[in-house]
Design a binder for this molecule. Structure first.
Ligand code: C2O
Ligand code: CU
Length: 493
């Protein structure tokens, strides 16, 4: 399937929301009233939701980014890829909570693109999903994203078109908290990625092999039981030649510098497409303070397991020397490396495996919300099942038995409390991501926008339906999403 076919498929959805509504109504007695209408991205409801976020005297942060083909130096080799600007990761954009962000995107790629601002509770028309919230941004054209960034935290941005995320198209968005007390002396941003582009295959080639299944010959890429993790079961479909931290191969790692005794805040972002990373800093414990931007009850651990699309903020108290920050490709073999240097000592080598990786490993479902960010408890008014299923042979991934865009939308009404029940019936893990909202895990309350659902596991999350529009909900394995594991949380009147 080509990117343009994908877009066409999706563009159909935008035109057929009305049709989907009547189908849903015909089959469901307790559905919305017959007069119900989908609240589209350009509706008055979306405009007024954004208006509530705007403030007079709001600061404007204006940036320009260019999506373009480029050559990137990974430290050990150069690769041809697509990126925002001429390096990876792309730009770091910083706002303070409440600021208005305006980003002008110029598309110099040979094909359509789009930009999604992952994790931001933003205005629906700026969410960047072609066929759901906007049209595709054609080659050679420009689109201006403009929205309030309401909540502090660690976010990132990437295309929502085909499998472009698996190229070098990702950048970081940090929203600073004006009320934060600055409990740290250093801040580092650590972006994890699984890398294949320019090494002989593009992500589109990978997708072709996966879907055609003639691909067994292409480097044995999709040996079914090949990638297994004690934490995740089936841990991925793609055998990447390289794992990067901050755009660098492990043989030529990025160095993060500090002083012994300092407290460093590390914002870790998994921008990978098919890889969860187990992350540890040799010789140190980490205290997790935030996940997906939102504060959690601080918890100290040796390692964290981060699914695609998840972010973790951890603080560490720095020792004296040179230490490996390692991101193991969970279940795959291979790892990314960065060096934390506060003093003398030889730099750790590629392949080093700090013992912390094998001690306490923490996941998102282990986290509890910090008191200030926990969702208010109130009765659940709507329950929605989200069954994630699929298999490698044929390569086909579904939500509630259907592939996007044929999936039934999940319907909510503005103002209600909805409970989503993610149920994974497959043998692989799925990091399930909802746009435009930060849900609360029902078990422990942590606020997240992406949660790992393990094979045969059920994870329930509560959503405050306070941001009207049409919001993508999908697996953040880009190959799963692109082959169908996506639907829409659809606000209706
Ligand atoms: Cu990073 Cu639709 O997601
Ligand atoms: Cu998946």
């Amino acid at each position: 399937m080509t990117a343009s076919q994908g877009v066409d498929r999706r563009t159909v959805l935008l035109g057929s929301v009305g049709a989907l509504t009547s189908v849903a109504l015909a089959s469901c007695r307790i559905g919305p009233a017959p007069s119900s209408r989908a609240i589209g991205p350009h509706s008055a409801e979306v405009r007024s939701a954004e208006k509530l976020r705007r403030r007079s005297g709001q600061r404007l942060v204006a940036r320009k980014i260019v999506a373009q083909p480029t050559t990137v130096d990974l430290g050990t080799r150069s690769v041809q890829t697509w990126a925002y600007g001429d390096g990876i990761p792309g730009p770091v954009i910083r706002t303070t909570a409440g600021d208005l962000l305006r980003v002008e995107l110029t598309n110099e790629l040979p094909t359509d693109t789009s930009v999604h601002w992952h994790g931001i509770a933003m205005s629906n028309d700026m969410d960047g999903v072609p066929g759901v919230t906007q049209g595709p941004i054609g080659a050679g054209s420009t689109f201006t994203y403009e929205f309030t960034t309401p909540d502090p935290g660690t976010y990132f941005f990437h295309p929502h078109t085909g499998v472009q995320l698996d190229r070098g198209l990702y950048g970081v968005l940090v929203v600073d908290d004006p009320r934060e007390e600055g409990m740290y002396d250093q801040e580092w941003i650590v972006v994890l990625d699984d890398w294949i582009d320019g090494t002989g295959q593009t992500p589109d080639d990978v997708l072709d092999s996966l879907t055609s299944m003639g691909g067994m010959g292409h480097g044995g890429m999709m040996d079914m039981e090949r990638f297994r993790s004690p934490y995740l079961g089936g841990a991925g479909d793609v055998d990447y030649p390289l794992y990067l931290i901050n755009g660098r191969a492990p043989e030529a790692p990025d160095t993060l510098r500090g002083k012994p005794g300092q407290r460093a805040r590390i914002r870790i972002i998994n921008a990978g497409s098919d890889t969860a990373f187990r992350v540890a800093l040799g010789g140190h414990q980490m205290t997790v303070t935030h996940s997906d931007g939102f504060a959690v009850k601080p918890v100290t651990t040796d390692a964290v397991l981060i699914g695609m699309g998840e972010r973790y903020d951890v603080t560490v108290e720095l020792g004296d020397g040179a230490f490996p920050l390692v991101a193991v490709a969970e279940g795959k073999g291979g790892a990314g490396l960065a060096v934390v240097r506060t003093g003398a000592g030889s730099a750790p080598r590629a392949g080093v495996m700090p013992s912390e990786l094998g001690r306490r490993v923490l996941m998102g479902t282990d986290l509890t919300a910090a008191p200030g960010v926990r969702l208010k408890s109130r009765p659940v008014e709507r329950r929605l099942d989200v069954v994630a299923a699929g298999a490698m042979m044929p390569y086909r991934w579904t939500i509630n038995g259907k592939r996007f865009p044929d999936a039934e939308p999940l319907v909510v009404t503005t103002g209600e409390r909805a409970r989503l029940r993610f149920r994974n019936t497959s043998t692989m893990f799925h990091p399930m991501h909802l746009h435009g909202h930060t849900f609360g895990l029902v078990d422990r309350g942590a606020r997240k926008d992406t949660v790992i659902v393990r094979p045969k596991q059920t994870v329930e999350v509560d959503v405050e339906a306070d941001n009207p529009g049409q919001w993508a909900l999908h697996c953040h394995n880009i190959y799963h999403a692109e082959t169908g594991m996506m639907t829409v949380l659809s606000y209706r009147t």
